[in-house]
Design a protein around this ligand. Structure first.
Ligand code: ARG
Length: 571
């Protein structure tokens, strides 16, 4: 358990023993350092609830506190205090050997995470990075806090792009057995590269938008796949696998780990069973099969969910429902988290309601959608290339690289690898820095700067910390004293970490962690500028400084790992 949690429990216990009912009283950092480093506002809360004078309650509480120093009460009933240095130092010495003491684990759950969601045979554009960035960080944070997790990339491997590509192949190579209705043998392997697919898609798309017959063929092939046409499916699965090579490369660059590489196609086999469960609730509407998901308390419009289309085909929702059926059957997760952009919020609400209403999942399996905002350019509109085209994720990565490269020092080892890591750090840190739900403006120069609230600034701080540790030539770190006020600032910040992690977990937003990292790095760099760590002559003082360096490094490095940002040794 963390130090702060232990103190919160201690205080809660005291207050309960005084006859007040409360659970978990938060200890807050104090605004006025001279009055104490932490404070409680519980006396004011209790005063309202119990119709008493807050100062009286504060006095009652204070008379029982025997662990803290510098205890005082300020109007209208704030209790200020500082922790005893010995207690804090004893704890931090334990943390130096076990980072987990800075984390309050919660009761273990099985969380299933659905993020990534790339569409097969289509290029990833910038918007496609938020789901993997947020999802992967949430997976890591959940693990840190004690959850078991299963992650699934849920590839979008059904849809118009299948019809496009197959119709293009048919045009170019009509004699392939995939187009022979009477063919019954084994299917041969096709030899396209990912870039062939890109090129063919563009051609087909251009043709189809100007030629209705071609578009009709595309629709027909797409529908055939949905109906289970084995020849088209055999070809399409190969195309999906080819495009997965590129998709996997991108997710690897983004340091994402998926336990499962499933997709919409995989859910096909579960559609019949899913429909059996939903059947009592389905009715026909304009030829489609739909389900009502409205509830009495609704204030917003909640249209029925279309489960099967007019032509009998499945749609996105059919596949998501079948996927829920399969996940429930195989894993019985406590929670399923979906990370997509905000525009799918209503859709997921409908799907979740349909799942609960029909009993597709247990009532106590929490289905949760966490939406995110759009990435905009400086004009406030969705981020585009300079000539107004779609900004592909690959383009953005190249742009960041170009911005970073000239800033690199000469003569560093593995320069290319360092540049790559700085590029991804820039991308991830800026993507996680604003609250999940809000749109943000991608400001390349600002986000790639080595100064300020950026990925590179944090990595720069890590390089400094690591270099200090390397040069210190010690490997046994131990605190004996809080040496000065900058030193204290850093420690107080670190004591807050357990609450920061919980806040991020509860909101499924990493902005609290990115803020914390920046604050901690800034405090450390201030300390570094004011004191000479390696040349300090007093060995006791020097050892305390080095223990602090070690602690800050431990915290930053573990948090960067949560964000899936890799460290560098030089830059
Ligand atoms: N492929 C989808 C898209 O591009 C995202 C998939 C999200 N996950 C899900 N289970 N629907 O919008």
């Amino acid at each position: 358990m963390s130090f702060i949690k232990e103190q919160e429990n201690y205080i809660t216990n005291i207050i309960n023993n005084l006859g007040y009912e409360v659970d978990n009283i938060p200890i807050l950092p104090s605004g006025k350092r001279e009055l104490g480093t932490f404070q409680l506002n519980i006396a004011m809360i209790l005063a309202k609830k119990y119709h008493k004078n807050p100062m009286d309650i504060a006095n009652e509480i204070v008379s029982k506190l025997d662990r803290f120093e510098n205890i005082n009460i300020a109007n209208p009933g704030f209790i200020n205090f500082s922790f005893r240095d010995v207690d804090v130092l004893k704890y931090l010495n334990l943390v130096l050997n076990d980072f987990n003491l800075l984390v309050d684990k919660h009761q273990e759950k099985l969380v299933f995470l659905d993020y990534g969601g790339a569409n097969a045979a289509k290029a990833l554009h910038v918007g496609h990075m938020r789901s993997p960035n947020i999802g992967e960080a949430m997976r890591r944070l959940a693990n840190l806090l004690g959850d078991k997790t299963i992650s699934d990339v849920h590839i979008g491997d059904l849809g118009r792009q299948a019809g496009m590509l197959i119709s293009e192949i048919k045009k170019r190579e009509p004699d392939l057995v995939f187009f022979d209705e009477n063919y019954e043998g084994e299917f041969p392997k096709v030899n396209y590269t990912p870039s062939d697919l890109g090129e063919m898609y563009v051609k087909a798309n251009l043709d189809a938008i100007s030629n209705e017959t071609r578009m009709e063929e595309v629709r027909e092939i797409t529908a055939e796949i949905d109906k289970g046409n084995q020849r088209y499916i055999a070809l399409w699965k190969q195309l999906v696998d080819i495009s997965l090579v590129t998709i996997k490369e991108v997710y690897q660059k983004l340091n994402c780990h998926f336990d499962l590489w499933e997709g919409e196609l995989d859910s096909f086999k579960d559609v019949p069973q899913m429909l059996e469960v939903l059947n009592p609730y389905l009715y026909e509407s304009n030829g489609a099969m739909v389900m009502d998901v409205k509830e009495d308390a609704d204030t917003k419009e909640m249209p029925p969910l279309i489960v099967i289309k007019q032509d009998g085909a499945t749609i996105y929702a059919t596949r998501d429902l079948a996927t829920i059926y399969s996940r429930e059957k195989r894993f019985q997760p406590d929670e399923i988290w979906y990370f997509t952009d905000n525009r799918q919020s209503l859709y997921f609400e409908q799907v979740f309601r349909a799942s609960y209403k029909s009993g597709l999942v247990r009532d106590n399996c929490k289905l949760m959608h966490f939406g995110f905002g759009t990435i905009n350019g400086k004009n406030g509109k969705p981020y585009k290339t300079r000539d107004g085209g779609v900004m592909e994720l690959g383009n953005l990565i190249d742009l960041i690289k170009e911005e970073i490269t000239p800033k690199m020092k000469d003569g560093i080892k593995n320069k290319d690898e360092v540049i790559d890591k700085l590029t991804i750090a820039t991308l991830k840190y800026s993507d996680l820095m604003s609250f999940r739900n809000t749109d943000y403006i991608f400001d390349l120069e600002k986000f790639a700067s080595f100064d300020g609230k950026t990925g590179p600034y944090l990595l720069y701080t890590v390089v400094r910390l690591k270099s200090l540790l390397r040069k210190s030539n010690i490997d046994n770190f131990n605190f004996t004293k809080i040496e000065n006020s900058e030193f204290l600032d850093i420690i107080l910040k670190i004591l807050e970490l357990p609450n920061i992690l919980n806040r991020s977990y509860n909101d499924k937003s990493l902005n609290y962690v990115t803020d914390f990292l920046f604050d901690l790095a800034s405090l450390f760099n201030k300390f570094y500028n004011n004191y000479h760590i390696l040349t300090e002559e007093d060995t006791t003082v020097k050892n305390n400084y080095l223990a602090l360096v070690k602690l800050v490094y431990l915290v930053i490095s573990n948090l960067l790992n949560v964000l899936a940002i890799e460290e560098v040794d030089e830059m």
